[in-house]
Design a protein around this ligand. Structure first.
Ligand code: SAM
Ligand code: SF4
Length: 335
């Protein structure tokens, strides 16, 4: 089996693909209130272009794919893309991250198309607060979506929550308690400084602090999970679900990083926290052979930095102070 190694001997076998920068929500930690200027349709990669990149990348050793966005379920014919990816020999794991708003409508179709798993983002269980965080979302649509996903057999259901101080941190325990009765993976993800000026150090809650809040409920036992990725998993005694903590800032997992990101407009991004991007579109649209796509994929792997040093980085601190954060918000990178 082919393996693609980067300059630091990490095997790169995972790609997150943002298929659209558009979204049916406008979460306050992800997008500015006025929304974002959408990428022009002609600049967005077609499904055929995405599939071509994937065929080349699978030949190089890619095995795992996550479809994300923006909100991936708002792009037309998303199930066609999923079914087509599933047919590429060599893909071992195909998942999708969604805000869940359209999941009730799509759960069956996703299963039929061959999706392995979905991650659902949910940052509050309170209707008013959910509406405030998402700037207008209706929590019932997401809860119905989660139920539909479970009925359709999409398991395990992963729920991702981003705790933000004074916004939703008083719900951390409530989210953790879900795992007592439901076989879900509830994962807490540190708030990251992307694209909007919402982030500040005082709103940031480290994974260690989140874990200590969860431990107010009861002791946690570590759980060894296959394919755990960057999450550290734990469980309450007698619980049917598990709790994950993901700490991209406080305790980054760069040495285990196995991923590349492909933006909706065709840029390969070697690291979430680096502005380096390698544009595949000119090659795709000028009739370049697969060898050229292959060369660009290898180039982006070579460009993977060893790691980021964000909490210690003085340049970054200055940026935060000046309210300048990463140019691309998560909705345009693909979280
Ligand atoms: N729209 C889909 C969703 O919300 O799940 C997929 C795209 S969204 C950009 C992917 C993930 O990025 C979500 O789980 C969201 O919570 C997370 N995200 C967005 N902005 C973030 C930030 N500033 N810090 C941490 N996570 C963030
Ligand atoms: Fe949309 Fe997801 Fe960003 Fe929320 S986090 S605005 S749902 S892309």
């Amino acid at each position: 089996m082919k393996r693609l190694k980067d300059s630091f001997d990490r095997t790169i076998n995972y790609m997150r693909i943002s298929i659209t920068d558009r979204c049916n929500l406008r979460c306050i930690y992800c997008m500015p209130a006025e929304g974002l200027i959408p990428i022009e349709h002609k600049e967005i990669l077609s499904y055929e272009e995405i599939l071509r990149i994937l065929r080349v990348a699978v030949n190089l050793g890619l095995r795992k794919i996550r479809i994300t966005g923006g909100e991936p379920l708002v792009r037309k014919n998303v199930t066609y893309l999923i079914a087509s990816i599933k047919k590429i020999a060599g893909i071992e794991d195909l998942s999708l991250t969604t805000n869940g708003v359209l999941l009730e409508q799509f759960a069956e179709g996703l299963i039929n198309a061959g999706i392995d798993r979905v991650n659902i983002s949910l940052d509050s269980l309170r209707p008013d607060r959910y509406r405030e965080i998402t700037r207008g979302g209706d929590i019932d649509t997401v809860l119905n979506g989660i139920e539909a996903a479970e009925r359709a057999g999409l398991s395990p259901i992963k729920i991702n929550m981003v705790p933000i101080r004074r916004l939703n941190d008083d719900e951390i325990e409530e989210f953790a308690k879900i795992t007592m009765k439901a076989p879900y993976q509830v994962r807490f993800i540190e708030f990251m400084p992307f694209g909007t000026d919402t982030w500040s150090q005082d709103k940031f809650i480290s994974a260690d602090e989140i874990k200590s809040i969860v431990e107010n409920i009861g002791p946690l036992t570590p759980v060894n999970m296959k394919k755990s990725g960057p999450a550290r998993y734990f469980k309450f005694d007698g619980a049917v679900g598990v709790i994950g903590f993901i700490s991209p800032l406080s305790n980054h997992f760069c040495m285990e990083c196995n991923r590349l990101r492909l933006t909706a407009d065709g840029k390969l991004r070697p690291c979430l926290f680096s502005e380096t991007e390698i544009d595949l579109k000119p090659a795709l649209r000028s009739g370049a052979p697969d060898e050229e796509i292959e060369r660009l994929i290898k180039l982006s792997i070579e460009a993977k930095p060893e790691g980021h040093t964000i909490p210690q980085d003085t340049h970054f601190r200055k940026q935060i102070k000046n309210k300048k954060v990463y140019r691309r918000p998560m909705s345009k990178i693909g979280g």
